[in-house]
Write a protein that binds this ligand. Structure first.
Ligand code: MG
Length: 389
């Protein structure tokens, strides 16, 4: 009998945080009760806790694979797609070919126009778990299954400067430099007085000419505003500008990419290669997010980036960290040059996993253990609630 998926379990990961992601919520938010708030600088909803959806697949040999996707907002939508749409068909497909399984599951709703969003997230969770299982069944790591043998190092860049004052943010950036990290990213919403140029120059002065400093614009500018901001930042040589404008406005993204001097980075909201296909001339760096793409689509975007001479610097979202482990493995295989390091979250939640990569002195140390190398440990189950499927 060929190996098949026999059991599909889904868990909600939900953990209190000391401080909301991106920092202070005292000003500029609309409070929506126990679960959410809206940040007014970009109109986006954020959860008050670390949340994701975790899946565990068990095959007919009794082996298990773990996956994870977004559960920040309306996590039951993802669970319904996994349970009601994908689960029964998944059990008929060949688990040794996760890429083919992705295509088959995607095809179920393609002609009805379901090409991304929550559907992409549900596919990502299953895809990561399938790759984990398929690689483990051969006793190899995911990077090896993807053609890149062995463990390795990948540069991590320090993401986010949440303190309330400029001096504290600069001091935090300097403290990470002293710990061996040569790259940092400032989110535009963290600049409390709105003087982004002043903030970037203060970081440059404190960190020196060689340090890489990027700016996440969080989709808040028009093309014209971004081009003006880029011109104002030329003296401080930004590493890249990220997500400047509305993510669906391809024409504005193209105009920006062709007009600014700093490299333009896009892609954290993409689900599939189709999201990148029409933007190959609209960015210099792609930032695929494993929690949205899964390994299959992450690698397809990566290959497209190689063909177009774009750099790969993946995004890192918030959750238990199974998707992060998968992202690090796939990043090695795809030839990524760096990876986002969520310093406020990574080690705290990696402590809930067996086998997570370390991130010290500027680098993730990625082992060559089978699959993506991580499983939730006993402590993790305090925060994992099984959802009946
Ligand atoms: Mg971003």
């Amino acid at each position: 009998m060929p190996r098949r998926i026999e059991k599909l379990e889904v868990f909600a990961f939900d953990r209190q945080t000391d401080r909301p992601y991106l920092g202070d919520t005292a000003n500029g938010v609309v409070d929506l009760g126990p679960d959410y708030f809206v940040r007014q600088f970009n109109g986006t909803i954020y959860p008050k806790r670390d949340r994701s959806i975790v899946v565990c697949l068990t095959d007919s040999d009794g082996a298990q694979g773990w996956g994870e996707t977004y559960g920040l907002v309306a996590p039951k939508a993802v669970v319904a797609l996994i349970d009601d749409l994908f689960g029964s068909y998944l059990k008929t497909l060949d688990p040794d070919r996760p890429d083919q399984v992705w295509d088959k599951l995607y095809e179920l709703q393609r002609v009805r126009g379901y090409w991304g969003g929550f559907l992409g997230d549900a596919l990502a969770a299953l895809d990561i778990a399938l790759w984990d299982l398929a690689a483990k069944s051969k006793g190899e790591s995911i990077q090896s299954a993807l053609g890149r043998k062995g463990g390795g190092q990948l540069a991590g860049y320090v993401s986010g400067l949440p303190p309330k004052t400029r001096q504290e943010r600069v001091d935090l950036a300097v403290s990470w430099k002293e710990r061996g990290f040569d790259s940092v990213k400032l989110p535009i919403g963290a600049v409390d007085d709105g003087d982004v140029v002043g903030e970037m120059n203060a970081l440059r002065d404190a960190l020196g000419d060689e340090h890489r400093i990027s700016l996440d614009i969080h989709w808040t500018k028009t093309a014209k505003e971004t081009i003006e901001l880029d011109a104002a930042l030329q003296g401080m040589n930004p590493w890249f500008l990220e997500a400047p404008t509305k993510p669906e406005d391809i024409a504005a993204q193209q105009e920006i990419a062709q007009s600014i001097k700093a490299p333009l980075a896009l892609g954290e909201e993409w689900r599939t290669e189709w999201d990148y296909r029409y933007r190959t001339d609209a960015c210099h760096i792609i930032q695929p997010e494993m929690g949205h793409t899964g390994i299959t689509q992450f690698m397809r975007m990566g290959r497209m980036a190689q063909e177009h001479g774009a750099e790969i610097i993946p995004h890192a979202t918030i959750g238990l960290g199974i998707f992060m482990a998968a992202s690090l493995r796939a990043s090695l295989a795809a030839g990524a040059s760096s990876h986002e390091f969520q310093h406020t979250i990574y080690h705290r939640n990696a402590a809930l996993l067996e086998g997570a990569a370390s991130c010290e002195n500027g680098y993730f140390e990625i082992p060559d253990t089978p699959g993506h190398g991580v499983t939730p440990n006993d402590d993790a189950f305090q925060y994992l609630t099984p959802i009946k499927t």
